[in-house]
Design a protein around this ligand. Structure first.
Ligand code: CAA
Length: 382
């Protein structure tokens, strides 16, 4: 076991940190206040070859390993959750799924453009009445000649107004329950497709999230990913990658909480000394550090299994659950350390706290991951 970053990973870390400090941090408060998703950041990430980190070079990616992707996600979320979420959806949930399940023609047509950053991919699984309970989704895909006709609606879709391609899950045969779900590549330009972004979210306000609709969308049969009925498995495998990036991002959220809190501990004085000298404040800082280190170890362990091509559902789920919980706690403590100032947007910690809530819910709630862990322990899942 080697706990050091490689030279290449260290270089990537520095590059993303510089990018975030220059291109995101000076503007993020304004974007967050306005609920504005700055889509040019995706183009800039493409210029840095960061839109297809784990995608092989032959499909337009950078061909780097999973832990390098983790480092990219950590550094991006140190700036804001919005852009890490975008990478999670584009790379983790969409591109890496096409790499694993797509056929050669789909990889050439869709994956390559996505990995280069010429096109943006997103993921359409959740519906108004199907979140944790994936198999209760209602969207249908009916085969008619050389096409499938899609009808239905998806919600809480990141990049709903910006993505060019969506990996969409729909029932091709409801009678087969989860084995009747299939996966399709749907293009924004296909007639009958529509999207509508949300306003009024608690956090990740600088991100784009909302609904997508399919009204008799005609999808060519060539856009079926995997075989008919393989959609549930494909969605779960996609989540193994998406959750990994969420967990890695949460480490960056903790890091940002640590940085802001340490700075404030030196600046602010109470009872005649800087607040960092008070032991109860130190306790909160120390908990953040412990959370950061533990989360990173869990992420890198999952990443190492992925690098070896081994199944990692259990390890990734644990990393996602724990890292997001630690990040939520760290953000709460960061606000506490900042006192009343932390409650206003004069300091970024209130944004961190608002941002830290969604990752405890999306890509498997805390409760789903708790159950997954217990089921592995009890031998109900293997
Ligand atoms: N890889 C491959 N196959 C898998 C798999 C994986 N990781 N996990 C499960 N499968 C297969 C199983 O082997 C099984 O196959 P068979 O039917 O052939 O035996 C099948 O899928 C069913 O698996 P389970 O029995 O485990 O399914 P379940 O009904 O018990 O559900 C669950 C498990 C953990 C509750 C799952 O439904 C789940 O993870 N729910 C949460 C959904 C979720 O995370 N949604 C997030 C939406 S995306 C999002 O938030 C994106 C965004 O934009 C931010």
């Amino acid at each position: 076991m080697d706990f050091e970053l490689t030279e290449e990973q260290e270089m990537v870390r520095k590059m993303v940190r510089q990018f975030v400090d220059k291109e995101i941090n000076p503007y993020i408060q304004e974007w967050d206040d306005q609920g504005h998703f700055e889509s040019s950041i995706m183009k800039r990430l493409a210029d840095l070859d960061l839109m297809g980190v784990c995608i092989p070079e032959e499909y337009g990616g950078s061909g780097m390993d999973y832990n390098t992707l983790a480092i990219v996600c950590e550094e991006l979320e140190r700036g804001d959750t919005a852009f890490r979420t975008a990478v999670s959806v584009h790379t983790g949930l969409n591109s890496m799924t096409l790499l694993q399940w797509g056929n050669e023609a789909q990889k050439k047509k869709y994956l390559t453009a996505q990995a280069k950053g010429d096109k943006v991919g997103a993921f359409g699984l959740t519906e108004p009445n199907a979140g944790s309970d994936v198999a209760s989704l209602k969207t249908t895909a009916v085969k008619e000649g050389d096409h499938y006709i899609l009808n239905g609606q998806k919600t809480w879709i990141s990049l709903c107004d910006h993505a060019d391609h969506f990996l969409v899950f729909a029932y091709t045969d409801k009678s087969k329950k989860h084995k009747g779900i299939s996966a399709f590549i749907v293009e924004r330009t296909m007639p009958g497709f529509a999207s509508r972004g949300f306003k009024g979210k608690l956090g990740i306000r600088a991100g784009n999230t909302g609904e997508i609709f399919f009204d008799n969308v005609k999808v060519p049969k060539e856009n079926l990913v995997g075989g008919e009925g393989e959609g549930f498995k494909i969605a779960m495998a996609a989540l193994d990658n998406g959750r990994f990036t969420v967990a890695a991002g949460a480490c960056g959220q903790i890091l940002a909480c640590i940085e802001e809190s340490v700075k404030y501990c030196h600046e602010r004085k109470t009872f005649g000394k800087e607040i960092g000298k008070h032991q109860l404040v130190q306790q909160m800082l120390a908990k953040m550090e412990a959370g950061y280190q533990m989360s990173r170890l869990l992420v890198f362990r999952a990443g190492s299994l992925k690098n070896q091509g081994k199944r990692n559902t259990r390890e990734t789920s644990l990393a996602k659950w724990q890292a997001c919980d630690f990040a939520n706690e760290a953000a709460n403590d960061a606000v506490q350390i900042h006192g009343a100032y932390g409650y206003s947007n004069e300091y970024p910690v209130e944004r961190f706290l608002r941002n830290s809530k969604a990752p405890v819910i999306y890509e498997g709630t805390r409760e789903i991951h708790t159950i997954v862990q217990a089921e592995y322990m009890l031998g109900y899942r293997s």
